[in-house]
Design a protein around this ligand. Structure first.
Ligand code: FO1
Length: 324
């Protein structure tokens, strides 16, 4: 399906991280052309592993946009084989982080590009172009930021919490090493000069969206723009990932309302509109009245490509309605 422009004036910034965000991102890429849509991606999940630089959220988005994402696993590349990781395991090597053979090629190429002096942004552009992705996938920053999960089992690097420990430890909070010194990717900075609206994709607010919004001055740069967020929580559950479990452990009700409250508390006035799933229709009026954020309810569970495109259209229409 080729991207068909809905308005010649759009310059949309989509903030995304993880698999839920990547689903809507694909829908948006079908609706807006590459000069109308830029993806700003969380890099807090990045880590160095087996001598390679791994950027899981960039990978999820890259494979989604290339329509090469592994639908059974929910991460990684489709049509994968596992000879490398199985051979490594047989040698007694570290194999908890399952790197597929095709996926390994991407991490190797990224690491090579970084080692030869490319920025993460340039390395990502080279890889996405090679995979025929028209849209720009912009890492939030070119400097390392690493999410640390504080838990009942101590402080854990994000992938150790998420993959090695299977999100079992109870979380008590998060910090983002390197964030204070990180500079917003100049590609995103330039886009903001002409940006007409911002979409916060249905990603985990604590570990996918906060690292971006907390980046030096970024949230403040967005306050003059129409911003719409989509709840990653539907009917008290996270569509994918540990968001609902994290909320329960942080003593926050796992609800679409609480996600809106989180954004409003930490970034007052940032969000101009909010989208919840139609199963949470009752929450929509509570959020509109209680938090004074115009909220609509629609189908936000994206199973098919058409679901992704439909949510993209609804989000862009809502954003347009909120634009002065
Ligand atoms: N997630 C898993 O649950 N298990 C894995 O072994 C795993 C490997 C992996 C390799 C490359 C990559 O880019 C992502 C990978 N993921 C894996 C997914 C990833 O760690 C998480 O989905 C994100 O960090 C959460 O946004």
């Amino acid at each position: 399906m080729a991207a068909t422009s809905i308005t010649a004036m759009s310059k949309i910034l989509a903030i995304t991280g993880g698999v839920g965000g990547a689903k809507l991102a694909l829908g948006l890429s079908k609706v807006l052309a590459s000069d109308e849509l830029l993806f700003a991606v969380n890099t807090g999940d990045d880590f160095d592993h087996l001598g390679l630089h791994i950027s899981p959220d960039i990978d999820s988005l890259t494979y989604a946009l290339a329509e090469e994402n592994n639908q059974e696993l929910g991460w990684g590349r489709q049509g994968e084989t596992w000879q490398f990781i199985e051979s490594l395991e047989a040698l007694g090597g570290e194999s908890w982080f399952r790197l597929g053979d095709k996926d390994m090629a991407l991490h190797t190429q990224r690491t090579q590009l970084l080692n030869s002096g490319a920025s993460l942004s340039d390395a990502t552009a080279s890889i996405t172009q090679a995979l025929n992705i028209a849209h720009t996938v912009a890492p939030m920053t070119n400097t390392p930021v690493r999410t640390i999960v504080h838990s009942d089992q101590g402080d854990l690097a994000f992938q150790h919490y998420f993959v090695r420990e299977q999100c079992q430890p109870a979380v008590t909070g998060f910090s983002f090493n390197g964030l204070a010194d990180a500079r917003l990717n100049p590609v995103i900075e330039n886009w903001l000069e002409r940006c007409t609206g911002v979409i916060i994709c249905p990603s985990n607010p604590y570990v996918s969206v906060d690292p971006l919004l907390k980046l030096n001055g970024f949230a403040e740069r967005l306050t003059d723009l129409p911003v719409v967020a989509i709840s990653p929580i539907v009917g008290g559950l996270a569509i994918k990932g540990p968001a609902a479990k994290m909320m329960a452990e942080l003593d926050v009700p796992a609800s679409a309302y609480a996600v809106a409250q989180h954004y409003e508390h930490h970034y007052p006035g940032l969000m101009n509109g909010y989208i919840v799933d139609k199963t949470d229709e009752k929450e929509a009026s509570r959020i509109t009245d209680g938090l004074r954020i115009p909220t609509i309810a629609t189908n936000s569970i994206m199973v098919t490509l058409q679901d992704r495109v439909d949510l993209a259209h609804t989000t862009l229409g809502f954003l347009r309605d909120l634009t002065p």
